[in-house]
Design a protein around this ligand. Structure first.
Ligand code: PAF
Length: 275
């Protein structure tokens, strides 16, 4: 496995296969592994980027505390026989005076964008940089970050970046909790309480499947379920049009039910798609 640390070294990659990029912020977990597996199935030359992108964190402490263990990441990725990893330096990605940022428009300002101002501008900027540096044919993202996937698809289309975007299903633990680097920060009782997120999404889907279309009613039932635990604090429960993320009163698929909640100091997100 080639370890590339400098942007100029990326140009030296020679492969007659298509290039796949799996962008990550490290702390590699089973969610990332499923992205890598999918890329392998497609038979491409697979590059995993590891870069904790400072400009996508609205909160400095969250950035400082973001889990990072580059040596163990390298070992895991070697075992997975990834072809190359790209581990750029902050100084090279954002040299002094760097000021460009990409504004994705309204879908970047709702839900996660509302609670984490600037987040999607940071994501869109780093993804544009990674696509420009690596020039991948394919790129892989997880459905857990549904809004991020929508932002990246829009960016890719509207700026004609020409990358084929693959979205892979959310990976969950045995209790339904969506796998995330942040889960490591939960203690036992918070982990137990966090199970309510996926349970409430399933409840939302079940009510819809039974014929209930009223978003307010469904959101209320979901909220009651999550707040059975005193540990949970909800940022939002959203029922929105899957194409533009505008909130809807009556469900007409495709609809995204998504939510974010705090368990102690840890904020988790999750979603389910109604087709
Ligand atoms: O989902 C993530 O890990 C990050 O937002 C991404 C896509 C690697 C951009 O920094």
């Amino acid at each position: 496995m080639k370890i590339i640390r400098k942007i100029s070294e990326v140009k030296k990659i020679q492969s007659n296969k298509e290039i796949a990029l799996i962008p990550t912020m490290g702390a590699i977990h089973s969610g990332h592994l499923s992205l890598i597996e999918k890329a392998k199935e497609n038979g491409s030359f697979n590059i995993v980027s590891i870069f904790v992108n400072p400009i996508q964190f609205a909160n400095k402490d969250e950035y400082k505390n973001y889990p990072s263990n580059i040596n163990s990441d390298i070992e895991i990725l070697k075992k997975l026989k990834v072809d190359a990893i790209f581990v750029p330096q902050i100084k090279e990605m954002y040299p002094k005076g760097f000021s460009t940022n990409i504004n994705i428009g309204p879908i970047g300002n709702v839900l996660e964008g509302k609670f984490r101002p600037g987040h999607f501008s940071g994501v869109a900027t780093i993804i544009t940089k990674l696509f420009s540096i690596i020039r991948p044919d394919h790129a892989y993202f997880g459905q857990k970050d549904a809004q991020q996937c929508m932002v990246i698809k829009k960016l890719n289309n509207e700026l004609n970046l020409g990358v084929k975007i693959f979205i892979t299903p959310t990976i969950r633990d045995n209790n339904g909790i969506a796998i995330s680097s942040r889960n490591k920060n939960l203690n036992e009782s918070q982990l137990k309480a966090a199970e309510s997120l996926f349970k409430s999404l399933c409840l939302g889907k079940k009510l819809f499947d039974k014929g209930i279309k009223n978003s307010k009613y469904i959101k209320n039932e979901m909220e009651k379920l999550i707040l059975k635990s005193e540990v949970a604090k909800i940022d939002y429960i959203s029922i929105a049009n899957f194409n533009n993320l505008e909130e809807i009163d009556e469900i007409t698929p495709p609809t995204l039910i998504s939510l974010a909640a705090w368990f102690g100091e840890t904020r988790l997100i999750d979603n389910i798609l109604l087709k």
